[in-house]
Every structure is written in structure tokens, then in C-alpha cells.
Ligand binder design. Structure first.
Ligand SMILES: CC(C)(COP(=O)(O)OP(=O)(O)OC[C@H]1O[C@@H](n2cnc3c(N)ncnc32)[C@H](O)[C@@H]1OP(=O)(O)O)[C@@H](O)C(=O)NCCC(=O)NCCS
Length: 153
């Protein structure tokens, strides 16, 4: 069974390697990853199977915003369809509640239908398109999920 925990600077190389093996565009550089791992406004969660890094999620939080942005989320090719991605989104929703935010937002490449189906299955909706969003000129769909804040009873 896989475990989900906060990533630390010790995970830098493994995270960059995994990111490179998953994405072929707008790859997070080692420098950016280091910055994110040290940032107070970024949450980096890793999923491991034993000692093997199988997935990760990076969430960005802006000051005074009700929106958390899923900046990157990926699962190793041979660990897909096992529920790792869904568990990462559960952590994102927990973090949403903890921070008093209401909306999870993300961009996904317009041609990436597998990821879109993944997010739709998790209750996200498509909000619009950002033309030429990625450095290779491809467009992004903006997807969001709104979860009302739970007031204490
Ligand atoms: C998208 C991605 C994160 C899904 O991760 P995963 O761990 O394989 O997903 P899960 O096993 O948790 O799947 C949860 C649900 O999402 C949907 N889903 C996941 N992958 C799917 C696919 N390839 N096609 C259609 N639906 C899919 C299914 O409804 C699935 O539920 P089910 O298994 O009960 O049918 C993974 O395929 C990935 O890393 N892709 C490359 C990176 C990427 O595109 N990231 C998103 C960019 S923003």
C-alpha cells in the first residue's frame, strides 16, 4: 500500500526525475522544485510505495485568496489506475478545509483527455480555456472544484 507524506528537500532529485519522466512540456526545473519545497505557500505531497516515489502533487496558495491551485500532479506510469491520484486529491481537499479555502483550481493541457477524465471523475468542472498557455503553444483547460467551507457545529 502506498503512503502520502509531505515532501522535503531530501526528495528534490527524485521529484525532478519523476516530473521529467511524466511531463514533456513546462517541466519544473530543479531550481523551481527547490524553491517550491522551501516555500511557505506551496504544499508538496509525495506518494510512495515502499521507498519508491510513485506520485506527487504541488499545491500553491495565494495570500487572501479562497482558491488553491493544483500546480502539478503526476503518478508514475507503472503505478497508475491504483488510486494514487485520487488519494492525492483527497489530501488537496483536506488542505482546502484546513486553510479555509473553498476552491481547487488547475490547468490541464487541452489534449490531455486522461487527466481531464480523472478530474471530472473527482467532481471538477471545466471553467474555460487558456489559449497558448503552455510554452509549446498548446492550450489549457481551466478546471475547478468548489467545496463549501464546513462550519463547526
Ligand atoms: C491523471 C493521473 C494523475 C491519474 O492518476 P491515477 O493514480 O492513475 O488515477 P486513479 O487511479 O486515482 O484514478 C481515479 C479515477 O480517475 C479516472 N481516471 C484515471 N485515469 C484515467 C484514464 N487514463 N482514463 C480515464 N479515466 C481515468 C477514473 O475514473 C479513476 O477511477 P476508477 O479507477 O475507479 O475508474 C495520471 O494518469 C497521470 O499522472 N497522468 C500524467 C500526468 C498528468 O496528466 N497530470 C495531470 C496534469 S494537470
Amino acid at each position: 500500500m502506498f503512503t502520502l507524506t509531505h515532501a522535503t528537500i531530501d526528495d528534490l532529485t527524485a521529484l525532478v526525475d519523476l516530473e521529467k519522466s511524466i511531463f514533456h512540456y513546462d517541466i519544473i526545473s530543479p531550481r523551481q522544485m527547490r524553491y517550491l519545497l522551501n516555500s511557505k505557500t506551496a504544499l508538496v505531497i509525495k506518494a510512495e510505495l515502499g521507498n519508491l516515489l510513485v506520485g506527487y502533487m504541488i499545491i500553491l496558495r495565494r495570500c487572501r485568496s479562497r482558491i488553491l491551485r493544483i500546480y502539478s500532479l503526476g503518478v508514475r506510469q507503472d503505478a497508475r489506475k491504483l488510486g494514487v491520484g485520487r488519494q492525492l486529491l483527497t489530501v488537496a481537499e483536506q488542505y482546502l478545509q484546513e486553510t479555509g479555502c473553498e476552491i481547487l483550481s488547475l490547468e490541464v493541457q487541452a489534449q490531455n483527455s486522461a487527466a481531464q477524465l480523472f478530474y471530472l471523475a473527482a467532481g471538477f468542472v471545466i471553467l474555460g480555456t487558456k489559449e497558448g498557455f503552455y510554452t509549446d503553444g498548446s492550450s489549457a483547460l481551466v478546471m475547478r472544484k468548489q467545496i463549501p467551507i464546513m462550519e463547526p457545529v
